[in-house]
Design a protein around this ligand. Structure first.
Ligand SMILES: Cc1cc2nc3c(=O)[nH]c(=O)nc-3n(C[C@H](O)[C@H](O)[C@H](O)COP(=O)(O)O)c2cc1C
Ligand code: SF4
Ligand code: SF4
Length: 273
């Protein structure tokens, strides 16, 4: 069986899970290829899925869905009845409807979705003062990703003809989800900014920005394009790019969701078959 794993990963969590799935499928005898579609150029390349028996799609959860750029890329694909599976990493808070929403989008493109999974990953906003899921995915998360691959194999190969049925559609409409998504982009404090500081001008932030939003010269992100994935903040070798302190918002979120540091630590991934 020849499998393509396509994943979007701004700060590396989803990439780690993709690698664990890749490794286990390889051990099981599958011929597996990893395709990282985080970079703008990677999503602009034409994709031919014809030579693969099955595809696996992985992304972080951004505002309860996959990131807008990933959704837009999925809308360009042709499934032609191919079997596929999805997986997500999330920062300890809301998950749904990401698996449901992504399945619907893939079905609209002609894919048959056979399974899904979610795995905790250090919250991106830890780069702005949050403290959720530090050190995740950990070894137990990676072991669960391997278990997912193991269970997935017969579904992807068609040896097991079952498909994914029950998934939580979540409580929100698409309009509400759009509103949640756009809200954070209106908060200027969250947009990465070098604040006039000097840096070595390596251009990494501009060249690797998934949305083409960052201007290395000015050190300012374009609010119309930036998805606040914070890849540029994490990867800047000079640690020159900053976002506003989101610590107060973290406490608000913890109280609102009735979470404690312990309840977050206890969270594990879920496999959906
Ligand atoms: C804009 C944005 C929105 C996010 N929304 C959610 C969310 O709705 N629920 C959640 O648990 N985590 C959320 N997160 C956290 C990420 O899902 C999590 O950190 C993920 O593992 C990042 O994956 P990556 O390292 O592959 O980019 C969000 C992160 C960002 C940047
Ligand atoms: S990644 Fe950092 S050092 Fe490199 S150009 Fe951007 S801000 Fe400057
Ligand atoms: S400018 Fe925005 S979209 Fe680009 S890497 Fe930085 S946070 Fe992500």
């Amino acid at each position: 069986m020849k499998v393509l794993i396509c994943y979007f990963s701004a700060t590396g969590n989803t990439g780690q899970i993709a690698q664990a799935i890749n490794d286990r499928l390889g051990q099981l005898g599958a011929e597996v290829e990893l395709k990282n579609v985080t970079a703008l150029e990677a999503r602009q390349e034409p994709v031919s899925l014809a030579t693969y028996d099955a595809v696996i799609f992985g992304s972080p959860i951004h505002s309860m869905r996959s990131p807008r750029l990933f959704r837009e890329w999925l809308a360009t694909l042709e499934g032609n009845g191919k079997r596929c599976a999805t997986f997500f990493t999330y920062g300890g808070f809301q998950i749904h409807p990401a698996p449901f929403d992504t399945r619907r989008r893939l079905q609209e493109r002609g894919f048959v979705v056979v399974a899904s999974a979610t795995f905790p990953g250090a919250h991106t906003y830890n780069l702005a003062g949050w403290q959720s899921m530090q050190g995740r995915p950990d070894q137990q998360d990676l072991d669960l990703a391997a278990e997912y691959a193991q269970k997935l194999y017969p579904r992807l190969s068609g040896q097991d003809q079952a498909v994914l049925t029950e998934l939580d559609p979540g409580p929100y409409t698409q309009e509400q989800l759009d509103e949640f998504e756009s809200f954070r982009f209106k908060m200027g404090a969250m947009l990465p900014n070098r604040q006039g500081a000097e840096c070595q001008m390596c251009l990494l932030c501009q060249e690797q920005c998934p949305s083409g939003a960052m201007d290395a010269e000015t050190g300012v992100a374009d609010p119309a394009k930036c998805i606040v994935c914070l890849q540029c903040v994490k990867d800047c070798p000079d640690e020159a790019l900053k976002v506003g302190d989101m610590t107060p918002f973290f406490q608000f979120k913890m109280d609102k969701d009735k979470e404690t540091p312990e309840s977050l630590r206890q969270k594990r991934g879920t496999l959906y078959f």
